[in-house]
Design a protein. Structure first.
Length: 132
């Protein structure tokens, strides 16, 4: 399934003590069950070094309503920090979506020639529990 997700453009750059990642991810139309979800994890890789970045959460209709209610009660900042979620949205059956992903992380020496890959795509079935 990971071949369905395409990084359209990406820019990786060191900025003082941080590493800036700027990219557009093409997310195809898909049908998820009402209570299903899909996680899409960008990973910064250089040889045997790698760092998982905050993930994109794609929810079925009912699961997304529950996610929005939880965000309303605990706050978006708490959700993002607790679960490492970059962005969450409801799946679309009839049209593609482009996700803009822009993040700064602490720079490490190995990141200079790193590349971005999308991996860790995991479909969470109805009734499944996901612990980040």
């Amino acid at each position: 399934m990971d071949e369905l997700f395409i990084i359209q453009t990406s820019e990786l750059a060191k900025e003082e003590k941080s590493f800036h990642i700027d990219m557009y991810i093409d997310i195809p139309k898909m049908r998820l069950g009402n209570n299903e979800a899909l996680t899409l994890i960008p990973v910064l890789i250089n040889g045997d070094k790698q760092k998982e970045l905050p993930y994109i959460l794609i929810n079925g209709k009912t699961r997304h309503k529950g996610y929005k209610q939880m965000v309303h009660h605990v706050g978006e900042a708490m959700m993002r920090s607790s679960y490492k979620i970059y962005k969450a949205f409801k799946s679309r059956r009839f049209c593609n979506r482009v996700c803009y992903y822009n993040i700064r992380i602490a720079y490490e020496d190995w990141m200079g020639n790193a590349k971005i890959q999308l991996k860790g795509i995991e479909r969470i079935p109805t009734g499944g529990v996901y612990v980040a």
